[in-house]
Design a protein around this ligand. Structure first.
Ligand SMILES: *Cc1c(COP(=O)(O)O)cnc(C)c1O
Length: 360
């Protein structure tokens, strides 16, 4: 840290992204990317003409992309917000809807690590609500919070557990907290959970955030969107236009519009990943692993027979990356992204070998 760094941020602990190795080739099951490429329409959209247009700024209102999203989600463009990845939207939401007069942010103890980082970055006080023993959310915990505004942040399905909430449960939280914005982070909703998006018509405090990174195979393009009542969208736009109005570049915009048009390709991929997921769950359970019931493109697993960190290191040595979190309650667990059936076969084989070795 230089002597010039803002002392208010001296203790800021930045988010640690999953490893993105740039030389060695791993089977990469550590950051929940899609194992499948973007749709052929996306590749076609990145035309030479689009490249020539890079000399021009992109449309700061993202009009075309907003229209495509609004029509896909059967809503109005005034209810759609677009930004450079959903992390960007979370950042803006923390700025807009928490802090300022002690408005807190509320989220579970085991969830997406970025929530705590954004709270720290913006000096927002965070109230951490422990998950239950089985890692599920106790809805009642969110229905008796103090009536003093702020932001509730819930990933649905949750990460890194994969456990989903029902829309009825989300509705209970919305009804109990009319003074707070309820942000539902649906990064993984397309892999079998139920989206809360249709509820934006009935609840002006609901903010649903989704991303093109996982189910649409576009993590490298950086594209996320949110849906909410128009006053919430206007607040987010105010922050975005005070930060970087051109934060969706032309290539990403064109790719996003094309991806929305490839509905069938997208649904086939999501279905394939869910199929591979159930195959992996059965295989791991038969090897004595406990698998948390997941509706995401990853599974959260542990075994009484193999130490979690040991398994992570041993697989890495063998060219397979999974994600281990050095965090209380989940030290014996690993999060494994669902890859192609071939990748998962290799993983399962290696886990089988490691299991045999430790039991000798
Ligand atoms: C991956 C992920 C994000 C971030 O997605 P980007 O759109 O790539 O920024 C947000 N929330 C959760 C829970 C995630 O797992």
């Amino acid at each position: 840290m230089s002597i010039f760094f803002n002392p208010d941020l001296a203790s800021l602990e930045a988010y640690t992204p999953g490893e993105q190795p740039q030389g060695m080739k791993y089977i990469k099951l550590n950051t929940n990317e899609s194992p499948y490429p973007p749709s052929p329409e996306v590749a076609a959209a990145l035309s030479n003409e689009e490249v020539q247009n890079l000399r021009l700024y992109p449309d700061p209102d993202c009009r075309q992309l907003k229209e495509a999203l609004a029509s896909m989600k059967a809503t109005d463009i005034r209810n759609i917000f677009i930004s450079n990845g959903s992390d960007d939207i979370l950042n803006f939401a923390f700025l807009a809807f928490a802090g300022g007069g002690g408005r807190k942010v509320f989220f579970p103890d085991i969830t997406y690590g970025f929530y705590q980082v954004f709270a720290d970055l913006h000096g927002i006080s965070a109230e951490i609500i422990p998950l239950q023993e089985d890692f599920s959310i106790n809805i009642e915990d969110y229905c008796s919070l103090p009536f003093s505004g702020g932001l509730i942040c819930i990933a649905n399905p949750n990460a890194p557990t994969g456990i989903p909430l029902t829309t009825e449960d989300i509705e209970k939280i919305l009804l109990a907290n009319p003074d707070k914005v309820v942000l539902i982070d649906e990064a993984y909703v397309d892999f079998g959970a139920e989206s809360a998006l249709p509820l934006i018509r009935n609840y002006d405090n609901l903010l649903v955030v989704q991303t093109f990174s996982k189910s649409r195979s576009m993590a490298g393009a950086r594209l996320g969107f949110a849906a909410a009542s128009s006053p919430l969208i206007d607040d987010l736009e105010r922050i975005r236009f005070s930060t970087n109005p051109y934060n969706i570049n032309r290539l990403t915009m064109a790719a996003g519009i094309a991806a929305i048009k490839s509905g069938e390709y997208f649904m086939d991929n999501c279905a394939e990943i869910q199929k591979t997921r159930s195959m992996c769950v059965s295989a791991l359970e038969s090897m004595g692993f406990e698998v948390v019931p997941s509706k995401a493109n990853f599974i959260f697993v542990c075994s009484k027979l193999i130490d979690g960190e040991f398994l992570y290191n041993e697989l890495k040595r063998r060219g397979i990356l999974i994600r281990h979190f050095n965090k209380e309650r989940i030290r014996n667990y690993n999060r494994i992204t669902i890859g192609t059936p071939e990748e998962m076969d290799i993983l399962l084989n290696e886990i089988r070998k490691i299991s045999e070795e430790v039991s000798l």
